[in-house]
Design a protein around this ligand. Structure first.
Ligand code: D54
Ligand code: ZN
Length: 274
């Protein structure tokens, strides 16, 4: 499991494109027949993907974890960004349609990913340290309702679908969901914000052959990273995390850290961005 250590804001401000990408961007996470995961120093979040083909795949238990199995001291949120597939937890099989999610709590030894009939299931996961066990729970996309926010004239009309959060599926610290847009809207998280209490990881997907220009960095010293389909960007506490697509896209956001209240964020007014 690759370990990610973060530069300071001052270091990030002067990095080259290549250096910035090496620290904050993860590509190639979805590989047929493999489970790949990266261990970050963002609230010790592990980000990964499982792309089962014919055989089921299990969670890794690499030495970086220091435990005898992946969820011994952790919880995990798994979201299917592909066609239907299933996740088996203990003896129970959970069928997950596109954009369905399963939360699995501390202590579950056997978690496996299985492909569905179409052969295109794609599981994305985020795991955070946990200190109590919450029940394994499936959250279906159809059951996650949300009123749209933003404004078509600002190209940011979108729905924030919250799956694992304080008023939904309970967790120790993980907060996880997905944002999708109304046709023609392409800006996420604009105006941007920071939240020093929590760190955040984005997975951009359904980007097709377009790109998302992801804005990061301190609000008055922004940098950008070009994102392609199924790529991940890491956002430390001091960084904004916002993006604009050249076409339609969706993204999964996930946070670890202190306060789980979604609205607890410090806005960065557009007029003050640099
Ligand atoms: O802290 C919250 C996260 O940054 C995202 O949920 C924001 C987002 O999806 C959006 O505004 O489009
Ligand atoms: Zn945020």
């Amino acid at each position: 499991m690759k370990l990610h250590y973060f530069p300071t804001p001052a270091q990030a401000n002067v990095m080259s494109t290549e250096e910035l990408r090496a620290h904050f961007h993860i590509g190639g996470l979805f590989q047929p027949g493999k489970v790949l995961a990266h261990y970050t120093d963002l609230d010790r979040m592990i980000v990964g993907a499982a792309l089962p083909t014919t055989a089921p795949l299990g969670l890794p238990h690499d030495k970086e974890l220091g435990t005898s199995f992946f969820l011994e001291r952790r919880e995990i949120g798994i979201l299917n960004v592909g066609a239907p597939g299933s996740v088996k937890v203990g003896g129970t099989k959970y069928e997950l349609g596109t954009l369905d999610c399963v939360y699995v709590g501390l202590g579950e030894k056997d978690v496996t990913f299985e492909n569905g009939a179409s052969g295109q299931a794609a599981f994305y996961f985020i795991s955070t340290p946990a200190h109590a066990k919450y029940p394994t729970t499936v959250v279906r996309k159809a059951d996650v309702s949300s009123d749209p926010i933003g404004d078509v004239t600002k190209a940011n009309r979108r729905r924030i679908l919250k799956y694992i959060h304080i008023d939904g599926v309970k967790s120790c610290q993980l907060v996880m969901g997905c944002t999708e847009f109304e046709p023609g809207s392409v800006w996420n998280t604009m105006p941007p914000h920071v939240h020093s209490r929590r760190t955040e990881i984005y997975l951009y997907f359904d980007v097709a052959d377009q790109m998302v220009v992801h804005l990061m960095g301190e609000p008055q010293k922004t940098r950008h990273i070009i994102m392609r389909d199924r790529e991940v960007v890491l956002s430390p506490a001091w960084s904004i995390h916002s993006g604009v697509g050249t076409g339609s896209y969706r993204f999964v956001w996930a946070m670890g850290g202190d306060n789980q209240v979604f609205s607890d964020m410090d806005a960065c007014p557009i007029a003050e961005l640099k």
